[in-house]
Design a protein around this ligand. Structure first.
Ligand code: KIV
Length: 279
């Protein structure tokens, strides 16, 4: 572990002092670049089901797949806090299963914390996981694992009643021991209220500027995931286009015999070459 490794207390203590940053990563090499950037937290999101595995939602990713990707990410991270996202049905069925599966992220994949979705309904799980010594990040608002129940990927907390439920859920998560809470796709004003009511940092994604930090799916923000881009995503690069141009240029150069040139080829001494020709 490096001296400047970000810890859970660092994240909690940053509230009100500086804004936090978090992005997703699903593999070693991307994790290396993320760590170099100084981003505080890296989430191996269950969004990897869509971004890495091509599924249409996050529901079918398994614990084994999540652990496989988490291992790759932790190999690439020296500084950032690594958070493993608990997949659908890895914590909902029982408190015992939730603790066992949360533990696997730390024990088998060297994550430092886990994230799970839901409010009051997962309080028992959060308490038990925290009691086992595993830091938990909550996730409220648009919770993609409940897409069937929510009726689609829609902004949440838009009525007074729904917003009140979100505030109560955030307080319940704080009370049960979460070290931070992701707020996804909710009105900025409600995220601001939650942020001022809880003592732990809120990390927004489509939740406006008042959260204590921001998270984005890396493949969205660099223009690599082209299936769908939510309104809350800002594209900071267009790596998809760059990649496409590189691949097209490679194909053209090979077809025209331009690549490989002498610069990318190896030679053998002429006397050695003569010997082979004579043999
Ligand atoms: O799975 C994921 O990428 C997430 C982020 C959107 C917070 O949960």
């Amino acid at each position: 572990m490096t001296d400047n490794k970000i810890t859970v207390p660092d994240i909690i203590n940053s509230k009100g002092k500086r804004k936090l940053t978090m992005v997703t990563a699903y593999d070693y090499i991307t994790a290396r670049w993320v760590d170099k950037s100084g981003i505080d937290m890296v989430l191996i999101g269950d969004s990897l089901a869509m971004v890495m595995l091509g599924h249409s939602d996050t529901l079918s990713v398994t614990m084994e797949e999540m652990l496989h990707h988490t291992r790759a990410v932790t190999n690439g991270i020296d500084r950032a806090l690594v958070i493993g996202d608990m997949p659908f049905m890895s914590y909902q069925v029982s408190v015992e299963q939730a603790v066992v599966n949360a533990g696997r992220f730390l024990k088998e994949a060297k994550a430092q914390a886990v994230k799970l979705e839901g409010g009051a309904s997962v309080v028992k799980q959060v308490q038990a996981i925290v009691e086992a010594g595993i830091p938990v990040q909550g996730h409220l608002g648009l919770t993609p694992q409940s897409v069937a129940q929510l009726g689609g990927y829609k902004v949440q907390g838009k009525t007074a009643e729904a917003a009140k439920r979100l505030i109560d859920d955030a307080l319940a998560l704080e009370e049960s021991g979460c070290f931070s809470i992701v707020l996804e796709a909710i009105p900025s004003s409600i995220a601001e209220m939650i942020t001022s009511r809880v003592k732990i940092p809120t990390i927004g994604i489509g939740a406006g500027p008042h959260c204590d930090g921001q998270v984005l799916v890396l493949h969205d923000m660099v223009g690599l995931y082209d299936r769908f881009t939510p309104k809350f995503v800002k594209k900071y690069a267009n790596l998809g286009e760059e990649l496409l141009n590189a691949l097209k240029q490679f194909r053209k150069e090979v077809e025209k015999g331009v690549f490989p040139s002498r610069e990318h080829s190896f030679t053998i001494k002429s006397e050695e070459l003569e010997k082979i020709k004579k043999s």
